[in-house]
Design a protein around this ligand. Structure first.
Ligand code: SF4
Ligand code: SF4
Length: 196
């Protein structure tokens, strides 16, 4: 039997205050100024692939449709090209708002499972925190291992070829002053925590 999905949204589906919470984050201040003109969706190169267009994401954020936003693929399809932000007549930083939604989804562990972008972002952050810089080869290997191990195997030959040419090393290089960097990152995380 065909599964019927409810499309209508009721007040109980809303998280009241979600829009206000997002608009307190750096760069998201103008959320309430949206006039729903649709310019952002019109210029977005990825909107044809999105289940929710940028215009809808902005309106749903204001309305408090948190679950639909954080469970959607659209926030992960944004390529951060900033075309929407540049063209918005109300000077809304749509890309920053989408970043805030992505961050929220990662913090709440709500990103689509085995979807590479949030895994890549989390591992990137961890490497920078621990070593001060990333190792691109290891970063790609970790991403494949956690999302699609078959790709790790199919890319092994390429990895070996890059190692032979000295373009890929297995060990981590550490920068000087890692402690200072950690303090800076802690301060940034602390500021974000304060606006959560
Ligand atoms: S371009 Fe700006 S004002 Fe127009 S719908 Fe998008 S966010 Fe709203
Ligand atoms: S930044 Fe993201 S949402 Fe904005 S136009 Fe580019 S891909 Fe679309």
């Amino acid at each position: 039997m065909k599964k019927i999905t409810r499309q209508v949204k009721y007040e109980d589906d809303l998280e009241l205050g979600f829009g206000a919470e997002i608009s307190e984050k750096l760069g998201c201040e103008n959320l309430d100024r949206c006039i729903q003109c649709g310019t952002c969706s019109g210029v977005c190169p990825m909107s044809v692939y999105m289940d929710l267009t940028p215009r809808r994401m902005i309106n749903m954020t204001r309305a408090g449709l948190k679950d639909d936003l954080l469970d959607s693929y659209s926030i992960w399809l944004c390529s951060s090209c900033y075309a929407c932000t540049v063209q918005c007549p109300r000077e809304i930083k749509i890309t920053d708002i989408i970043y805030a939604l992505k961050q929220k989804a990662i913090q709440e562990g709500r990103h689509p499972k085995r979807f590479p972008i949030p895994v890549l972002a989390t591992e990137f952050h961890r490497m920078v925190r621990n070593h001060g810089r990333i190792n691109e080869g290891l970063l790609a290997a970790k991403m494949f291992a956690k999302t699609d191990p078959r790709k790790l195997i199919s890319n092994a030959k390429l990895g070996l070829a890059l190692m032979k040419r000295g373009r890929f090393v297995l060990g981590h290089e550490n920068i000087k002053g890692r402690e200072e960097l950690r303090k800076i990152l802690d301060a940034v995380d602390g500021e974000q925590e304060a606006t959560r």
